[in-house]
Design a protein around this ligand. Structure first.
Ligand code: TXA
Ligand code: MG
Length: 344
């Protein structure tokens, strides 16, 4: 299959969105930009189209998809918000939509079971990316879209990265430029609490724990369902081809003779203990000299992809501090390391 790329720049984005809508209406799947990572989109109400998403991604059927709405007032089409959490859900959607916050809520019968992998809940958000919202609006149905990578691989933050992942497998990529956030949305479930509602973070992301505190008692994942795999993703994920190594302390890294190591560095500072430690074969720096977590987040998957392609035998990753966006970055690093362990 030939994969066409439509550029959705300032002048052309409406035409590009129209191309995407045409394909989606025909039951095709299309890679689309969002502010977090690129998504592989299908009409959420077309079960056969959604099945193609699973097939092309090689995604196991037990891992449910995120549904994207054109606007917050469409929520009732896919979710039945229980009364006891409705005020909190409204506050959250008002504060963060459109944006990188995904809510897990009880689903309506309109959402096909294949979208939610048979779960009674649906994960839903409104993307900040204008092109993605225009597509959902003109399609007239919610858009189911997981990240546009093959299962277990690095999420794509550019149309080029989508092409590397899925070129030849899908008919169309809408190129809306580099993703502004660079990490997948924060996923939360809301529960009514005795005094305050509980906001359970199922996957850390661009909306941070600190930002969510205003809306309830914030707790970390655990499990939302009794299926360990489904909610918030599998432990092993984001795996580059060479193993990714994470150490508690830089001194714990002991290179094996003859092996070429790449470094994923936060600031590129020798005083952080990694940069000057070894004759690295390839170095990627997330926030050169500055140490800004937002910059590191935007560049994260891009840098990981470059290290992946660099031909090194293993990648050593510097940890970042676990505050704000650092929580989401460390989550992705740990899963990438877990993925490496599983496949080696
Ligand atoms: O930023 C994002 O969220 C991107 C863009 C494209 O919107 N999408 C994304 O989708 O990251 P995906 O499929 O790669 O990750 C969705 C995660 C999965 O880990 C899945 O297990 C979880 O959402 N999820 C989906 N439905 C769920 C549900 N009903 N309950 C718990 N977790 C759910
Ligand atoms: Mg994904």
């Amino acid at each position: 299959m030939e994969t066409r790329v439509e550029i959705a720049d300032f002048e052309n984005w409406r035409a590009a969105a129209a191309e995407a809508v045409k394909a989606l209406k025909a039951g095709e799947i299309v890679a689309v930009p969002t502010e977090t990572v690129y998504g592989l989109a299908a009409d959420a109400f077309n079960a056969e189209a959604v099945a193609k998403v699973f097939e092309v991604k090689e995604r196991p059927s037990f891992d449910p998809l995120i549904v994207h709405l054109a606007k917050a007032s469409d929520l009732a089409r896919v979710a039945e918000v229980p009364e006891e959490i409705a005020p909190t859900v409204r506050r959250l959607t008002t504060a963060f939509w459109p944006g990188p916050l995904t809510l897990v809520l009880p689903k309506t019968p309109a959402v096909p079971d294949i979208v939610t992998s048979g779960l009674p809940t649906v994960a839903v958000r409104v993307s900040k990316h204008e092109v993605m919202r225009a597509i959902a609006k003109d399609l007239g149905n919610p858009v189911a879209a997981p990240s546009a990578n093959r299962f277990g691989r690095i999420s794509p933050t550019s149309a080029g990265a989508v092409m590397a992942e899925l070129g030849g497998r899908i008919p169309l990529i809408i190129d809306g430029g580099a993703c502004a956030d660079g990490l997948e949305s924060t996923i939360v479930a809301v529960e009514a609490g005795e005094k305050r509602p509980t906001i359970r973070i199922l996957r850390p992301g661009p909306v941070t724990r600190e930002q969510l505190r205003e809306f309830g008692r914030v707790v970390k994942a655990g499990r939302v369902t009794d299926r360990p795999e489904a909610p918030g993703g599998l432990e092993a994920h984001y795996a580059p081809a060479p193993p990714l190594l994470l150490f508690d302390r830089p001194e714990d890294f002991v290179p094996e003779a003859g092996k070429r190591y790449g470094l994923l560095s936060y600031r590129g500072e020798p005083r952080d203990g990694y940069h000057g430690r070894h004759a690295w074969a390839h170095v990627e720096i997330l926030s050169p000299g500055r140490g800004k977590l937002a910059e590191a987040a935007v560049r994260f998957f891009f840098a990981l992809r470059k290290l992946d392609a660099s031909g090194v035998d293993a990648i050593v990753a510097e940890p970042v501090s676990e505050v704000g966006l650092g929580v989401a970055i460390m989550d992705r690093l740990r899963r990438a390391a877990a993925g490496s362990r599983d496949s080696s």
